[in-house]
Design a protein around this ligand. Sequence first.
Ligand SMILES: [Ca+2]
Length: 234
Amino acid sequence: MSFTQTFIALLLIQGALPQPVPGQKQVAPVLQGTVRLDPYEVTNRQMAHFLNEIGNIPIRGMRLVEVGSAQSLIVVRDGVFASRPSFADHPAVEVTFAGARAYCEWAGKRLPTEREWERICKSDQGLKYPWGRDFNPQDPAHLLLANLKGNADGYDRTAPVGSFPAGRTTEGIWDLGGNVWEWTAGPNDQPILRGGSWANSHLYARCAIRDDPNDSHTFFKGSSTGFRCITDLQ
Ligand SMILES: [Ca+2]
């Protein structure tokens, strides 16, 4: 059995999601230098390549990517997945939690925990935003920190990953604030979104903000939700 066949079999058997262990908490400390968070959100080009390898299989009734959504930036024609024209380097959206996790595992990585995501966002300085301690909507220079709600930053919706150099973290991670929300693994592997998106104000780009997609007050929207992966170095 090939790697791809084995991988798909494991996805279907496990439902892609490790089963939560009641009462188990993620309490392991996040040690700087033991992990490496991807510098960019996963793009439509990357996600389309993954879908062409694996197929857009259903996990618990939901496809890995909702390519049938009008907001999807990936389309399928004659069984081949491809990014919409001019969106190859934009972040993938309409990705389910299972789809994000499956991509990272296929790439030999994993989804970050929300604790890891937040620590890297804040850096070792305990910053409020990925780029620093403040955001002033009246300051034109601050509009170049992240792709947030409105088009004053140059983009109505998603922007190509890596379009806002001034918003990088001290470790060189792009777009942690804004562009797309990012799937992370919360306590008991609960899906939690981090970082805000093109559809949200700067308040949601704060490192400590979390969004539970199961919450009735969620800010979750498939068209503003993507992800990035993390690699264990040890
Ligand atoms: Ca982001």
